[in-house]
Design a protein around this ligand. Structure first.
Ligand code: AMP
Length: 590
């Protein structure tokens, strides 16, 4: 039970008495040695959370629930949209499989601090591999299974893993893609050679032999089980590479203690979940949302986590929500747009157990959120995230009894505890600008970056004063602390000295009933410096077709002619990153 009635009371506690606030939040976790202080500045200037505390994240995510009477509850429900297979794994079964596989890793020489690279699709085995690493203090590095050899080789060389784990194949749609040739290619390119590889064989697609000694995943699961080892709170749990949308992919390091505390608190405070509830995230496990809310947060909180392999259709999402009595659904705006496309002409759905839906990862226009609210007849909210932060910077707080003002619901919400955003105005006197966060960042955020095979302070993210973390996102803060998001700093368009974010223009274009998706980018203009160009994907399910003139007229009417939108290019689809985010920069070169 949370001790605050209102958002303001919660924020006052977090800001005025941070030590007390976080030590009390830490009580959600089972510690071997409880921490006596919350935060401490490190020699390199960055911060450690819960120094002196020792714990094991795997014990918190699995064993303690079995010991606490949840052994027969489903921990994981897995559905493959590629093969239509399903698996339900109870907490007891998960403990057995993880403890055995951890023993298998140990038999291969993997120990505390060693890196284990996991290049698998979203499968039960991926979760087992992650938790087994956590159990023995090894650092997992999960990478997207769809990467080709060169991309995989870069990550192998970056983290120098002792062991690499793959599945015999991943899927592109329904088509199996054998993983062994990709790994062999990566190993031939990489300078680092892992000691061993592990293959999880999948029905109907056997892996060909690897160029490094390989072992069978399911055989290793039957190794002598090992117990969770106590780790220092600040010991690394995992490294996760950013998607590389802004520069080179950086290895973000997450600790054990701060991560566990932040995620456990967020489940209650933000998502309004309690033990026994079912949480469903559609994200691939290779991305941060998959790590945080596909695996760690629901399991640490004793919930059931629904995970999917491949892109789930609207009907599959509805069916899973219905069948497994999902309480919270966490998805992306892109996935939501696909749901709208598939279900535009269908009447709404009735999902009695579903309490609320969350989206994150990219801009969600209010028109889309309004559609989702009327279709599901549930609250649908957006919240703001980064791989670096590991949980949401701003959010809506369903665990608090206070009702949030409806006006906030369309935006990314208000700061989560411990996040103190400020705006650095882009031009003197302006209200909007880059959002920076004062230090220290709350627990759960990056504990450092992986550089030269060491954990370093993330100095590349600091402003000139060294006192603020730069988010590289633009926005503004309202009087009630609600943050409005305007997109990445480099997506802002300067027209004749006046600034407008592409997102503000996209918001207007998205109100057109026949627009499925859109993206606005800036191109050079001899007279005005820059001008916007809109790329629009029409919705084939809607009878009327959007026209260039209609869209320009709508933008002029809402935002003014000074915007100078003259060009609308109709395209079949927008380019996206492998994690499904629209990459506006690629439109400029197309
Ligand atoms: P990633 O680290 O790949 O998850 O990307 C993080 C970036 O995605 C953020 O810095 C934002 O630019 C964008 N982003 C995440 N959540 C939202 C959101 N709710 N609304 C708008 N943009 C978002």
């Amino acid at each position: 039970m949370l001790p605050w009635r209102t958002y303001e009371a919660m924020q006052d506690a977090a800001r005025n008495q941070p030590e007390q606030f976080w030590l009390s939040a830490a009580q959600r976790i089972t510690w071997k040695q409880a921490p006596k202080s919350a935060c401490q500045t490190r020699a390199d200037g960055w911060h450690d959370w819960f120094p002196g505390g020792t714990l094991n994240t795997c014990h918190n995510a699995v064993d303690r629930h079995v010991e606490g009477g949840r052994g027969e509850q489903a921990a994981l429900i897995w559905h493959s949209c590629a093969t239509m297979e399903r698996q339900i794994v109870s907490y007891r079964e998960l403990r057995g499989r993880v403890a055995g596989f951890a023993g298998g890793l140990r038999s291969l020489g993997v120990g505390k601090g060693d890196r284990v690279l996991v290049a698998m699709p979203s499968m039960v085995e991926t979760v087992i591999a992650m938790l087994a690493c956590a159990r023995i203090g090894a650092v997992h590095v999960v990478v997207f299974a769809g990467y080709a050899g060169p991309e995989l080789a870069r990550r192998i060389d970056d983290v120098a893993p002792k062991v690499v784990i793959i599945a015999s194949c991943s899927f592109q749609g329904q088509m199996p893609i054998p993983s062994a040739p990709i790994l062999n290619d990566a190993l031939a390119r990489a300078t680092h050679t892992p000691q061993a590889c592990i293959i999880a064989q999948r029905a109907g697609c056997k892996a060909s032999p690897l160029s490094v000694r390989d072992h069978d995943f399911h055989t290793l699961e039957h190794s002598t089980p090992v117990k969770p080892v106590p780790l220092r709170s600040e010991d690394p749990l995992y490294i996760l590479h950013t998607s590389g949308t802004t520069g080179n992919a950086k290895g973000i390091v997450r600790d054990n203690g701060g991560h566990a505390v932040a995620l456990a608190l967020s489940m209650e405070l933000i998502y309004g979940c309690k033990p026994g509830d079912t949480f469903f995230t559609t994200s691939d496990l290779g991305w941060v949302v998959g790590h945080s809310y596909g695996v760690y947060a629901p399991l640490i909180s004793g919930c059931t986590s629904v995970i999917v392999e491949g892109g789930a259709s609207a009907s599959a999402i509805r069916a899973l929500c219905h069948e497994h009595k999902v309480k919270c659904l966490f998805t992306t705006p892109t996935q939501m747009r696909l749901m709208r496309r598939e279900s535009r002409h269908l009447s709404g759905v009735i999902l009695p157990a579903l309490a609320r839906i969350f989206v994150a990862g990219e801009y969600a226009d209010p028109t889309l959120l309004a559609w989702a609210r009327s279709y599901f007849s549930k609250p649908v909210v957006n919240h703001w995230w980064q791989t670096e932060t590991g949980w949401s910077i701003t959010a809506h707080f369903f665990g608090l009894p206070e009702r949030e003002p409806v006006a906030c619901m369309n935006d990314i919400g208000r700061p989560a505890p411990g996040f103190c955003p400020q705006i650095v105005p882009s031009m003197p006197g302006e209200q909007c600008g880059e959002i920076v966060l004062s230090l220290p960042l709350p627990p759960g955020c990056l504990a450092g970056v992986w550089q030269g095979r060491e954990i370093c302070a993330p100095t590349a993210y600091l402003d000139k004063t060294g006192r603020y973390y730069r988010t590289f996102d633009e926005g503004m803060i309202e009087a009630n602390r609600a943050v409005s998001m305007l997109g990445r700093s480099d997506d802002v368009i300067k027209v004749a000295g006046r600034r407008i974010s592409g997102v503000q223009i996209e918001k207007v274009i998205a109100t057109h009933a026949a627009v499925h998706a859109c993206a606005v980018v800036a191109i050079p203009d001899a007279l005005r410096g820059q001008r916007p160009v809109a790329y629009v994907v029409a919705d084939p399910a809607v009878a009327s077709t959007p026209t260039s003139e209609g869209i320009v007229a709508r933008v002029n009417e809402v935002l003014g002619r000074w915007i100078g939108l003259k060009e609308v290019r109709f395209v079949k689809q927008l380019p996206t990153t492998v994690s499904g985010k629209i990459t506006r920069k690629r439109l400029l070169v197309s």
